[in-house]
Design a binder for this molecule. Structure first.
Ligand code: PGA
Length: 241
C-alpha cells in the first residue's frame, strides 16, 4: 500500500484529481468506481473544472458507485444517486447510460446486487476505484463485522454509521436509512487500482489502526493492505498530527 501524506483536504483533493486525470488520459474508456460522502467533493470539483476547461474528457468513461441507501428514491436529495448528479455527473460530459449505482428503488435487492456485480464484470472490471473510509473503518457500507461479504449485497448500517451520517439528515440519526446496497469487499478488491482518501482528525484512530499493518474484518479498510496497487492519500490531521 502506497501512502501519500499531504497537508490538508485541498491538497488531498488535488493529488487525487491528478491520479484520476492521469488514469483517464491513459485509458479514455476507463471504468471508474466512485464514492460519496464528504471526502470526494473536492476531487469531484477539480475533475469537473478540468472537464469544463477541456482538459479531461469523460465521454467514454464508465462509472460504478460503491453503494446506495436502501430503500430510497433516486429523487430523494439524500440518495447517493442525487449526490452524484449534484456533485459530479451534472458537471461533466459522462454519458447517462455509462453511469451506474446500486438501485435503491429495486424491488428485489438480491437480484439487483447480483446484476450489479455481473454488470461490473461484463464492463471488464473496475480500473480505478475511489474510496473514503468510515470512522469505523467501513469501505462503502462494508461495516466492521465478524465476516465480510465478497459480492454486492444488502446490509444493515451500524449505529456508528447512522451517527456519522446523521449530519446529512438534520443531525437526527433516526432519519438515516438503516440499510444499504453496497459493493462487497471482493468487488472492491477486484479493482485494478484503488485510491483512498482520508482527511481530518476524526479519521486519525482508524488510520492509525490501518497503518499498524494488521488485517481484520473489524477494520474493513485494512484489506487494502492486501491489494497490489492501492494508494492512500492522508492529510496531517488524519495522521494524528
Ligand atoms: P466521509 O465518509 O467521506 O463523509 O468521511 C467516508 C465513509 O463513510 O466512507
Amino acid at each position: 500500500m502506497k501512502k501519500i501524506i499531504v497537508n490538508n483536504y485541498e491538497e488531498a483533493s488535488s493529488v487525487a484529481a491528478a491520479l484520476f486525470a492521469e488514469q483517464i488520459w491513459q485509458k479514455p474508456d476507463t471504468v471508474l468506481g466512485l464514492a460519496t460522502g464528504g471526502t470526494p467533493v473536492g476531487l469531484y470539483n477539480r475533475l469537473a473544472a478540468m472537464n469544463k476547461a477541456g482538459a479531461l474528457d469523460f465521454s467514454r468513461v464508465v462509472s460504478y458507485n460503491l453503494d446506495e441507501y436502501y430503500p430510497i428514491l433516486k429523487s430523494n436529495d439524500q440518495s447517493y444517486d442525487y449526490f452524484m448528479r449534484d456533485n459530479l455527473f451534472n458537471h461533466i460530459n459522462i454519458k447517462p447510460e455509462n453511469i451506474h449505482l446500486p438501485n435503491g428503488e429495486a424491488k428485489d435487492p438480491a437480484a439487483e446486487c447480483a446484476a450489479y456485480d455481473a454488470a461490473i464484470a461484463a464492463a471488464g472490471g473496475i480500473d480505478l476505484q475511489l474510496l473514503g473510509i468510515g470512522v469505523n473503518g467501513h469501505l462503502g457500507f462494508n461495516e466492521p463485522e465478524a465476516a465480510l461479504h465478497a459480492g454486492t449485497h444488502l446490509t444493515d448500517l451500524t449505529p456508528s454509521t447512522l451517527q456519522a451520517n446523521a449530519r446529512f439528515f438534520g443531525d437526527d440519526p433516526s432519519k438515516v436509512p438503516t440499510q444499504a446496497l453496497t459493493m462487497g469487499i471482493g468487488t472492491i478488491m477486484s479493482a485494478r487500482k484503488i485510491v483512498m482518501i482520508a482527511t481530518g482528525a476524526v479519521k486519525a484512530p482508524i488510520i492509525k489502526d490501518l497503518f499498524s499493518g494488521r488485517i481484520s474484518t473489524n477494520n474493513p479498510g485494512s484489506f487494502l493492505l492486501l491489494h497490489p496497487d492501492a494508494t492512500v492519500i492522508v492529510d496531517r490531521a488524519a495522521m494524528g498530527e
